[in-house]
Design a protein around this ligand. Sequence first.
Ligand SMILES: Nc1nc2c(c(=O)[nH]1)N[C@H]1C(S)=C(S)[C@@H](COP(=O)(O)OP(=O)(O)OC[C@H]3O[C@@H](n4cnc5c(=O)[nH]c(N)nc54)[C@H](O)[C@@H]3O)O[C@H]1N2
Ligand SMILES: Nc1nc2c(c(=O)[nH]1)N[C@H]1C(S)=C(S)[C@@H](COP(=O)(O)OP(=O)(O)OC[C@H]3O[C@@H](n4cnc5c(=O)[nH]c(N)nc54)[C@H](O)[C@@H]3O)O[C@H]1N2
Ligand code: SF4
Ligand SMILES: [Mo]
Length: 738
Amino acid sequence: MNHGHDLNRRDFLKISSLFLAGSAAISSQVGQALSSTNTAFAKDDREEVVHSFCEHCFWRCGIAAHVRNGKIYKITGSEHHPLSNGKLCPRGTGGIGQIYDPDRLAHPIIRERKGGKSSLRKASWDEAITYTAEKLYQIKEKYGPEAIAMLHHGYGYTFFKEMFKAFGVNKFAKPSYDFCCGPRLQGYTMTYGHGTGTPEGIDMMNSKYLLFFGTHYGENMHNTAVQEISEGIRRGLKIVVFDPRFSTLAGKAEKWLPIKPGTDIAMMQALMNVLISEELYDKKFVAENTVGFDELWAEIQHMTPEKAATITDIPADEIREIARTFASYAPAAAVHPGRRTQWYADGTQRVRAIAILNALTGNYKMPGGVVKYEKFKLPKPEAHPHPHFKKDVWSKYPFFVQTKPENSITSHEVVQQTLEKEVRAWFVYGVNVPETITLGRKTAIEAMQKLDFMVAVDTLPMEVTGYADIVLPECTYLERYDDLDGGRPYRTPFVSLRQPVVEPMFDSKPGNEIARMMAEKLELHGVFEDSVETYLDKRLNKVGSSLEEVKKTGVLVGEPTNLYRKPGEKLTFKTPSGKIELASAQLKSAGFDAVPKYIKHPEPPQGYYRILTGRKPMLTFGRTANNRFLNELPTARENEIWVNPRIAQKHALSHGEYVHLKNQAGIVSEFPIKVKVTERIREDSVYMVHGYGHYYKKLKWAYKKGASHNQLISKADIDQSTGAVGFQNNFVTFIKEA
Ligand SMILES: Nc1nc2c(c(=O)[nH]1)N[C@H]1C(S)=C(S)[C@@H](COP(=O)(O)OP(=O)(O)OC[C@H]3O[C@@H](n4cnc5c(=O)[nH]c(N)nc54)[C@H](O)[C@@H]3O)O[C@H]1N2
Ligand SMILES: Nc1nc2c(c(=O)[nH]1)N[C@H]1C(S)=C(S)[C@@H](COP(=O)(O)OP(=O)(O)OC[C@H]3O[C@@H](n4cnc5c(=O)[nH]c(N)nc54)[C@H](O)[C@@H]3O)O[C@H]1N2
Ligand code: SF4
Ligand SMILES: [Mo]
């Protein structure tokens, strides 16, 4: 097969409506489900409830899907699942809008080239899988397995991972590592010897005083965390929020400190400075359980509240008062680590600063402090032979976290290696590359255009599918089994099951079946059990349960974790020193700062503003962009750009008008965005929610709604320790509509 070097051939292609579901097809499928004789689900109007878990974000709450006449009509929070407690966040209830989305991918699609022109056509599964297997095989033979990379997000990837392992491919990247959880995991682990987890190990409901930097609960809707904070507030919890923007959480806080963006480490150092210089820290705990106190003090002694005030724009008296109050409530006080932790390439050190602040209070394993949850002891699935493995880790960054083996390289290294033609094929599972990838939309597209072969597994005709050679339509999480969600630490350890609520619609298939078909074509034997049910049953048998049993409630719940330390308990930490590392020798020996240092970040050019981003309660970017059920709420339909009134006046902008945004590199937003004039944001910054501005017309709902945040990102700052990427050193100005 000729895969030539014609760049034009990977032009963005528009999928014909014929290959999409369409509303007529939706109703006929629903009709079929109703009349089908082999369906296991209720065909009459008796209600049946199926327990499973949500896929609208990685929190994975337990859901109860209510089925009537073969159709899901309501999704509620599972009463049995510890992460839900009978409740869901708004997005969780919106699964109906995903499964019954009339724009869904309905058939496999193949890109064909004739006379230098490309077109897309419908294919059978056999043809699509044969073609995929052939191309991947050829590329592996010619360039080696390292020329193939898998990009993934979401919980259905595990079966593909197994298949690729057996095939010898071990380049797995997830953009969510780069932006989101990578620095947090490493920053925490370098300090405590363990991560903070999802849910984070902060005993929020018993806490008296919590500090938040950025982290905007109430907009970031992690269900369990929001429930725990609410319970904490009911019990008298006081909250302090450092955010350049008055967030929803700031609205619940005792204090909102509009900190200058990018100066958080200076603020954290100043808080430590007060704790130490006024001897408010837990001396006994620090002496017994930490190393590097002198090095820490040497680094932070210059960061007095007065000095920090000039950097952060927060008055010195305020800083002193917060540090003192924090100490007065300790150990039932903590700093929350946040989730999206890479902002300016110093995220790993910022998370270390958070961990150190916590350590100074002696709140480790104390009510209301930092806690370490335990996991349900579910044995790992049996390992498959993978004789072709070359390397476990492909990332060049010394503190890159390999979460085995789902993550072995950063997504920006994959992009870079693709531009250099080292990587030739991508297999993309649940990542909307143009709207998410690390180096901005423009670079992501350039990389995709260089590929010899690209597969996208998705449920919708998202932008990413327009660049693929093969599009494989996966059914939604409500129509399939996935692997068990087990081994995540929580106060009540659990194992939960994703199971089909209804059968796959159209010609879509579960990931586990697609991966199995690929393994068969590639002649990889023994990778999968006879069926996914057998696999799940065998795993559950190991803990004395069965698939049949767990299907009933969707979850197995273990004994509650012992969260708190006993008086006199000797603590051990899995760090190189066996103690909490206030100064890190491993960072130092690799040429990094042993103690987090404040580094000044670039300032916006004249007339430009730092572009900050965050979340909306009812949306999760690519996962919900086209979900009519969620997007019909007026506040969800489009994003807005938050502008301070004095800046609005300077640019003659009025509330509600539409503008285009232009970034520092001259990129202009494809679609206009509505101006929100508000005192809730500092003058040096603007704010918009990520996940809007879709440019693919096939997303009939999401198309052209608001502006795309990712389009305006063209500068990426790489954290040289973990390889994670910050994008908050991008700046925009306004272009008024003619
Ligand atoms: N509803 C909903 N919930 C979600 C998601 C979603 O899409 N929808 N996405 C999930 C995902 S993937 C993630 S990673 C998390 C992210 O959620 P968080 O971890 O809570 O996000 P952050 O980026 O920390 O927080 C964004 C806030 O940081 C502020 N901020 C920006 N720059 C700075 C700064 O320099 N200093 C300080 N102190 N604050 C700053 C912004 O103004 C904004 O209020 O949310 C998760 N939860
Ligand atoms: N500009 C900018 N970029 C960002 C961020 C930002 O704030 N701004 N946030 C970053 C963060 S914190 C994160 S975590 C990442 C997440 O970004 P991504 O890794 O891209 O993940 P999602 O947006 O969650 O998922 C996107 C794709 O998954 C598809 N999908 C949904 N359900 C399924 C399914 O069941 N099966 C399959 N196969 N596909 C499915 C959707 O249709 C969509 O194409 O984005 C990061 N990128
Ligand atoms: S937090 Fe919301 S979207 Fe995320 S898994 Fe839970 S219910 Fe679903
Ligand atoms: Mo994230």
